[in-house]
Design a protein around this ligand. Structure first.
Ligand code: DX5
Ligand code: ZN
Length: 219
């Protein structure tokens, strides 16, 4: 149930193949890939060719977080490149229900992300359709920011709605400022996929870093 997803945003971009392989050997469950377009968020990172390049270096699911405008234009390219899970931002989708359908139709799991300032009611109507909700615990754009504690109530609310719907297997992922100090609270609130960028790739011993986060929560 508990999954740790190291974010390659904090990895060495010149050595991504060995960086993802090392995360897998260190006990990661998924590899989190942050895609930024310089419009939806101020930063620019990577696109489908990089996903394709890292794909042969791990057999873990590639969890692709699209922080981009018009994500529907690129879903097919990312899935062809090897993405297993595609998460789009609710704030970037006028036709969110349709975009979720598009992701699933092309064979990936569908996630929807919410910025810290976005109400959980924005995704309430699509909870029957999603495989994952990503609750951003920082404002997206950069690694190494501080966890925003007000996001805990949103996690609790979404977990309660999923339980009411009889969909306890839908993942709730958290992303931003997750480390051994913040992991227990998000897990207690109902999150089960913990993205960690600097808390894993910022450490020399990635296996120890992953184990520390995993052991910090009672699971
Ligand atoms: C932030 C990205 C995160 C980022 C997290 O916009 O979506 O995935 O890599 O980095 P840390 O864990 O360092 O806060
Ligand atoms: Zn992310």
């Amino acid at each position: 149930m508990l999954k740790i997803a190291p974010s390659i945003l904090s990895a060495d971009f010149a050595s991504l193949g060995s960086e993802v392989a090392e995360a897998q050997a260190a006990g990661a469950d998924w590899i989190h890939v942050d895609v930024m377009d310089g419009h939806f968020v101020p930063n620019i990172t990577l696109g489908p060719p990089i996903v394709q390049a890292i794909r042969p270096h791990t057999n873990l699911p590639l969890d692709v977080h699209l922080m981009i405008e018009h994500p529907e234009r690129y879903i097919g390219d990312f899935i062809k490149a090897g993405a297993d899970i595609i998460t789009v931002h609710a704030e970037a989708c006028v036709h969110l229900h349709g975009v979720i359908h598009l992701i699933k139709q092309q064979g990936a799991l569908a996630g929807v992300a919410l910025n810290p300032g976005t109400s959980p009611y924005v995704i309430k109507e699509v909870l029957p359709n999603v495989d994952m909700i990503l609750v951003m615990t920082v404002n997206p754009g950069f690694g190494g920011q501080s966890f925003i504690p007000e996001t805990l109530n949103k996690i609790r609310q979404i977990r309660a709605w999923l339980n009411e719907l009889g969909r306890p297997d839908v993942h709730i992922e958290v992303d931003g400022g997750i480390a051994e100090e913040t992991a227990p609270a998000v897990f207690e609130a109902g999150a089960n996929v913990l993205v960690a960028g600097s808390a894993v790739y910022g450490k020399a011993d990635r296996a120890a870093a992953i184990t520390t986060i995993r052991n910090s929560v009672a699971h």
